[in-house]
Design a protein. Structure first.
Length: 323
């Protein structure tokens, strides 16, 4: 007698079929923007945020995602629906590296302020909901630093400019690298002490106005200024020069120079009735002059020089009568 096989056993044997309740369909709601940031720069508002890549269920968003950034008055108390109904929709800006950037004229909100928010809307029309809201107190455009100048000095590149305000941001580019902020100064001048001789540097400046709630407004960037600092600065004049007699020599000593690029000293001597001549070049701050004659008075001067050959002025002369 042939036995019958249960239906479930047949499905298991052939490896097909699904056991259990069917999964619900995906909602495909875009993730919410959480990092909207807005700053006033000149007469524009610069808004940036990370574009969502996943849905609320952790699934990659299918194209095309619509970004809905709006700007409008906030009202007191702030009500999301009322703000959204009256806010202006801003045309979409470029997206680079997953970051969306918008530039929005700010003139109509000057001295009034504006609230911005953004939401993502999927191809199916479902919305992520509004992002974090950013309230921007809009002011008159801060003054752009004028007449920027860069000067080569022994302590670094010295920057000067003209602008009202009490805080300025300095941006620097080394060679062909991108601009980076390197300092904030309360007023001009400012000296960049980290530069190296022979390297090309470019600078731009920006006025900063501090606002409430740790916010700031920025000016547009100044004109670009460039400089390649060169070492034209000699070491300091040798100091503390002392001369004394010894049985067969005149001994000279002096204080050591502290410069990082110091290379050595030059010793000059004048015999009675003769010109001043270089008699030695050395690295240590001491010298014994044995090429002398009894009964004569000698005058000595010293200089210091660096690795590229810049020589300091001479020290004050010292005279020694060799008995």
């Amino acid at each position: 007698m042939r036995k019958s096989i249960p239906p479930l056993a047949v499905l298991a044997a052939v490896g097909c079929g699904y056991l259990g309740e069917p999964l619900p369909p995906l909602a495909n709601v875009p993730g919410r923007v959480t990092d909207l940031n807005v700053v006033q720069r000149g007469s524009r508002l610069i808004a940036q945020f990370t574009v969502p890549r996943l849905t609320t269920e952790g699934v990659a968003i299918k194209p095309r995602l619509q970004l809905d950034l709006r700007a409008g008055p906030g009202g007191e108390p702030f009500q999301e629906d009322a703000w959204a109904a009256g806010a202006q929709k801003v045309p979409e800006g470029p997206i680079e590296g997953g970051i969306a950037r918008y530039e929005i004229p700010s003139a109509e909100w000057t001295r009034k302020g504006v609230v911005l928010g953004v939401r993502a809307i999927g191809a199916n029309g479902k919305s992520s909901g509004w992002s974090n809201f950013v309230t921007v107190p809009v002011i008159e455009p801060p003054e752009i630093p004028a007449d920027p100048r860069a000067e080569n000095t022994a302590s670094g590149v010295r920057l000067t400019w003209r602008a009202s305000g009490n805080q300025f941001r300095i941006f620097r580019r080394t060679g062909d690298e991108p601009y980076l902020p390197v300092a904030t100064a309360p007023e001009p001048p400012w000296t960049d002490g980290t530069t190296q001789f022979g390297q090309r540097y470019s600078y731009q400046l920006q006025s900063i106005v501090k606002l409430a709630d740790n916010r700031e407004a920025q000016s547009e960037l100044s004109a670009e200024i460039g400089i390649t600092p060169e070492d034209t600065f000699p070491p300091a004049v040798p100091s503390g020069v002392r001369a004394s007699e010894a049985p067969d020599s005149i001994e000279l000593t002096w204080d050591r120079n502290p410069e990082a690029d110091f290379a050595g000293y030059r010793v000059y001597r004048a015999a009675p009735g003769g010109p001043l001549e270089k008699i030695a070049e050395l690295e240590i701050p001491t010298y014994s002059d044995r090429n002398i004659e009894h009964g004569k008075t000698y005058r000595y001067e010293l200089s210091a020089f660096d690795r590229v050959g810049n020589e300091s002025p001479h020290s004050a002369p010292v005279e020694v009568a060799f008995p």
